[in-house]
Structures are given as C-alpha cells and as structure tokens.
Write a protein that binds this ligand. Structure first.
Ligand SMILES: CCCCC/C=C\C/C=C\CC/C=C/CC(=O)SCCNC(=O)CCNC(=O)[C@H](O)C(C)(C)COP(=O)(O)OP(=O)(O)OC[C@H]1O[C@@H](n2cnc3c(N)ncnc32)[C@H](O)[C@@H]1OP(=O)(O)O
Length: 302
C-alpha cells in the first residue's frame, strides 16, 4: 500500500490528544493478547478486536453495557483500537458491531453532557470530534453491522462506515434524533447525513428527529442492507469481501476525494466548534432538556 495514499487527519497530534488525554485516567492499558494468533487479537475493557474468518478483516465488538453509550473512556478505547488497526498492515477492513443485546449504540453518553463543568464538556467534545474524523477518514474498509438500536451519535458512527447492514428487528431504529432531546445536531453530523441520504431527506429527518425502522431506513438510503438479525455478521463479511476486491490505493483515493471536503470543514474550525458546543450545552435551558430526557429514560423502566 503506497504511503502517499494513506489518508491522515492532518495533525497526528489530534489522536495523541485523544489517547494521552485519557491514558492516565484509564490507568494501565488493558490490551490482552490471546490465542495462537495473539498478535492480531486484542481487547481493552470495552472494545474487543478479533480477526474475522476472512483474512485481513478484523471484527470490532463494542462492549460498554448496557447500551454502548459513548462515554469519554469508551471513546478513548475505541480510538486506540482503531489506531492499532490502521497501523497494522495485516488488516484492510473492519466490521464494527455491538456486543450489547439489541443496541448498537445509544449515542453520546448523556452523563458526559449533563451537570459537568466547561472543561469537561470541551474535553469530551474533542474526543467526539476525534472519533468522527478518524472513522470518516479511515483508510480501512469499514462495515457497520448494526445489530440493534442506533440513535444520534450511534447513527453518526454508523454513517462514517462505507457500508451499513441493519438487523430486521423492531428495536433496530436508526437516525439523528437530537431534536427530540431538545438539542441540535452539529453541522458535521448534518453534513454526514446529507452526504448519505441527500438534502431534503436530511432536512426532514433532522427537524423531526426521525428514528427510522429498518424498512424505512433502507428506503431512504440510511442503510444499505436489512437482514435477519442472525445474518448481520455474515452479510457484513460478504459485503466486505466485495469491497476488498478493489485495489486499496484506488479505493482509498476515491474515498478521500468523496470525504475530504466534509472533514476539512470541521478540521478548519475544531476549536470554534468546541467552544460552540461548550456554550450551547452549558445553557440552563439545554441542561434542563437533558435532565428531563434522562428522567424519562429512567421512568421508562417503571
Ligand atoms: C445553532 C446552534 C447549534 C449549536 C450546536 C452546537 C453543539 C451541539 C450540541 C449538542 C449536540 C450533542 C449531540 C448529541 C448526540 C447524542 O448522541 S445524544 C444521545 C442520544 N441518545 C438517545 O436518545 C438514546 C437514549 N436511549 C434509549 O433510547 C434507550 O436507552 C435505548 C438505546 C433504545 C435502549 O433501550 P433499553 O430499554 O435497552 O435500555 P434503557 O433505556 O433501559 O437504558 C439502560 C440504561 O442506559 C441509560 N442510557 C440510555 N441511553 C443513554 C445515553 N445515551 N447516555 C447515557 N445513558 C444512557 C439509561 O438511562 C439506563 O440507565 P439506568 O436507568 O441507570 O439503568
């Protein structure tokens, strides 16, 4: 693979910030090699990575129960796992899936955005930006095997993949539902959606905070395949084989050509975007909305 075609977020320090920022808090690294192919299998507390049956494909299982909410520690482990895979030339593709039953990811962790201080909000948002940039510009073929509910930040994560497979289950709804929480999807969430389903469909979906059931998600183009739950993984591997039949350098340059302008828009104003987030999320009215939403989630249990 020619080095020249490896896409990189311009400043490598971006990831370092992400990794360093949490490295100390995580304490010792929890990477554990295992099995005969130990060098290729690793795990942190919340991210399991193992080689798929197909060579050169890794399966990344997200395991932050109960709902894979994207806490700061989880984001950091995710980033570190992704960086390892990007740097390991043995891998050309990654299937991202959930180890939590019925939930792919509940999106950003609301507890990171509620009742904290501005410094924490800034640190958290930087990690969210970092994960999006890393996934969106990844040189690897990314296939999202969405085996459950996929709202908001979970949907954003899935949208960074090259292909999305959704399980055909009533629980498997997907979309950017931020307005239902009384918050607003940032411009780069919106751009990622527009790049996938077009402007008019995005406008409607974003304003109404739509969570699409599988058939509608397929119809609007939010996902590429809907299959029974027990076939999500095999479908993901089969689609992966198709994408890996294309020479890496040509596919990667094409991916960069399609995505760079969108990523650059955030890269050019990362700091302003962080400040914008901090001032928005710190507003009393927004904190109140989040409090009400969190209470509703708790009450749901009865
Ligand atoms: C013009 C100005 C523009 C300015 C814009 C600037 C900045 C933008 C500002 C803000 C943007 C911020 C973007 C946020 C994106 C997000 O991702 S927000 C998160 C949205 N997520 C959701 O809405 C999903 C909520 N969860 C659910 O619907 C359900 O949990 C589920 C995923 C469908 C699963 O249901 P299930 O029945 O299995 O589980 P429970 O509901 O019982 O949940 C179990 C447990 O987990 C807790 N929990 C659920 N989701 C979250 C979460 N996202 N974060 C934290 N915790 C979560 C839930 O409360 C339960 O907890 P317990 O009662 O303590 O057990």
């Amino acid at each position: 693979m020619a080095l020249a075609v490896r896409m990189r977020v311009p400043c490598r320090a971006l990831l370092c910030a992400g990794a360093q920022l949490r490295g100390a808090a995580l304490g010792r690294p929890e990477w554990a090699a295992g099995g005969g192919d130990g060098a290729r299998r690793f795990a942190s507390l919340r991210v399991l990575v193992e080689p798929g049956a197909e060579g050169r494909v890794a399966v990344m299982k997200l395991k932050n129960p109960p709902v894979n909410s994207l806490s700061l520690d989880f984001l950091t482990e995710f980033l570190i796992s992704l960086e390892k895979l990007e740097n390991d030339k043995a891998f050309r593709g990654v299937v991202i899936t959930s180890d939590c039953p019925n939930v792919f990811s509940a999106g950003l962790d609301l507890r990171e955005m509620y009742g904290r201080n501005p410094g924490h909000y800034a640190e958290y948002w930087k990690a969210v930006q970092e994960l999006w940039l890393r996934l969106y510009l990844s040189n690897l073929v990314l296939v999202a095997a969405i085996n459950g509910s996929c709202p908001a930040g979970g949907c954003l994560m899935a949208l960074t993949s090259d292909v999305r497979i959704l399980s055909d289950s009533p629980k498997s709804v997907i979309g950017l539902n931020e307005t239902l929480l009384g918050i607003v999807a940032p411009f780069w969430f919106k751009d990622t959606l527009v790049n996938t389903i077009g402007h008019r469909a995005s406008e409607r979906a974003l304003q109404l905070g739509l969570l699409f059931p599988p058939a509608e998600a397929l119809q609007v183009g939010l996902v590429d395949h809907v299959v029974p739950e027990d076939q999500v993984q095999s479908m993901a591997l089969s689609v992966m084989a198709h994408w890996l039949a294309i020479p890496d350098h040509a596919r990667q340059l094409t991916k960069a050509m399609m995505r760079k302008a969108t990523a650059d828009r955030l890269i050019k104003q990362r700091e302003a975007d962080i400040q914008n987030f901090v001032s928005f999320i710190s507003r009393d009215s927004i904190q109140k909305s989040l409090q009400i939403y969190l209470e509703k989630l708790k009450q749901k249990k009865g």
